[in-house]
Design a protein around this ligand. Structure first.
Ligand code: PEP
Length: 266
């Protein structure tokens, strides 16, 4: 780990997607927090965030507050609009009221399944920022993009578009998620993840300067498990993971969170 990487607190983030009702959500967070308490997890060393469906957020928030848990709450999506006639949308203000810290924008399942453009992703990131949330900006290439343009071109263009509307010093988290690796069981190699993460950081350096580039956490996502997390976390520019399927099992997610034990061997 270089000096800059050491200054960035890693995040392990669980994107539950459209899984678990609010009762199941409470059960999972309780089990996860008990497991992490048993192993005396240091939340200052590795930040833990969960991204439940909208209908679970209030229940999870209430549990986190009542039990004074250090797990952080995030949402999976946000409206680009502040308020008004947008049936089905949820505003960033509403999420902020629920004490969410993060919101995912630009997940590939929204880009591809819901036709979200780079411009929409940027407007969502801006709405999040204005409400005091940190946008977790997902970028990543499809298998076809990889063949045609290599790994970094699409993620770089997506990142530039997403941050364009934001003020220069806005806090963001970037999640590099190759689309071909999501839910496929075929993760990128740690070296592939590092190559793209380094290129994304270089681009942030050009666009936003050294302090933003050095402070921004860049996560890897795509078929992360307790078996492969250590390899990713050994990379200088990878500051955590966005975990889908494996975040639905508290024991497996807890093992991923405990990656420093695998990385240092302690
Ligand atoms: C995701 O949906 O962001 C993701 C990375 O999923 P999985 O870990 O299941 O590949």
């Amino acid at each position: 780990m270089n000096a800059s990487a050491a200054q960035r607190t890693p995040i392990i983030a669980g994107n539950w997607k459209m899984n678990l009702d609010h009762l199941q959500a409470i059960a999972l967070v309780q089990k996860l927090s008990w497991g992490l308490k048993d192993v005396r997890h240091d939340y200052g060393q590795v930040e833990v965030a969960v991204f439940p469906p909208f209908t679970d957020l209030r229940s999870v928030q209430t549990l986190l507050a009542a039990d004074k848990l250090s797990i952080v709450l995030g949402a999976q999506d946000v409206s680009p609009h502040e308020a008004g006639a947008y049936t089905g949308d949820v505003s960033a203000q509403m999420l902020a009221k629920l004490e969410a810290k993060y919101v995912i924008v630009g997940h590939s399942e929204r880009r591809h399944g819901h036709g979200e453009s780079d411009e929409t992703v940027g407007l969502k990131a801006l709405a999040a920022h204005r409400a005091g949330l940190v946008p977790m900006i997902c970028v990543g290439e499809t298998a076809e993009d990889l063949d045609e343009h290599g790994a970094a071109a699409i993620p770089l263009a997506q990142l530039a578009a997403a941050i364009a509307p934001l003020p220069a010093d806005a806090e963001i988290v970037v999640a590099y998620e190759p689309v071909w690796a999501i839910g496929s069981g075929q993760a990128a190699t740690p070296e592939q993840a590092q190559d793209v993460a380094r290129t994304l950081r270089d681009s942030l350096r050009d666009l936003r300067g050294d302090s933003v580039a050095d402070a921004t956490r860049i996560l890897y996502g795509g078929s992360v498990s307790s078996q492969n997390i250590a390899g990713f976390m050994r990379q200088a520019d990878v500051d955590g993971a966005l975990v889908g399927g494996a975040s639905l099992k508290s024991d497996e997610f807890s093992r991923i969170i405990q990656f420093p034990k695998h990385v240092t061997g302690s």
